[in-house]
Design a protein around this ligand. Sequence first.
Ligand code: SAM
Length: 278
Amino acid sequence: MAGETAFGSGSDREYVLGTHDEEVERLGLQHQIWRSQSYALWERAGFRPGHRLLDLGCGPGFTTRDLARLVGRGGSVIAVDVSERFLARLRAWPPEPGAGPIEARVGDVRDLDLGEASVDGAHARWVMSYFPDPERAVAAVARALRPGGALALQEYVAYGSMGVSPPIRLMPRVVAAIEESWRARGGDPDVALALVPALSSHGLRVERTDPVARIARPGTLLWQWPDTFFRNYLPVLVDRGLLHEDERREFERDWRARSADPDSLFVAPMVLDVVARK
Ligand SMILES: C[S@@+](CC[C@H](N)C(=O)[O-])C[C@H]1O[C@@H](n2cnc3c(N)ncnc32)[C@H](O)[C@@H]1O
């Protein structure tokens, strides 16, 4: 539904950070940084060659393509996203020898209508926090999973854990504005907390809850993650009236100073990796 998706614009349901090249590039960088974490989660979930897997809120398809490599020619991946433009990017990737076929479907993960027990596993990374009622998505996935199949989730659990050292005066203000932008559209930045009981109530046994805490130092690939996020998203917060332009400027100045100081540390918001089995 238009306007219901947090981070989606009111009219075209596109993701608010944009589906333009810069955002695709940012998601690609993010994937490079988090890829090994996702593979480890898929291993714990038991995703295997030959499986039929779902990639929920797949974006331009960075995880989708890795899942297609994992399942190989004998398996397949169904990738679902509300953004037509992201799915166009996914479809534009040349097919990879040895990888399983990918079916890209435009749609809301809460309205998934797959056959009962028709998939071996499902994955969602940074998706469930962007809309109200993620329980509906859990219910839809629970129906689609075969008995023994797993849902693997990577979602924030404590967004307010984000920080920097030496401290930046406006960091708490910026974190609060980001969280507010989520909530304003009905999303929940700490959605992992709500997902665990939702999984249990839909017949999925929560097998693993592994917190992921990461700390970056300037000059590393991990540092580039908040760096590109602040660059892309702070202007959006200003446009939406959640941050003043002078606050954005002060924050950016201080962030640049931290980026130039080799003794700075960035504490990434904590993620929870969850495996829930039917
Ligand atoms: C932060 S991006 C993550 C993309 C991808 N999962 C990854 O980790 O690279 C969030 C994605 O969720 C999608 N999304 C948001 N709400 C959705 C919904 N209700 N149904 C399907 N996709 C949705 C957005 O279009 C966007 O592609």
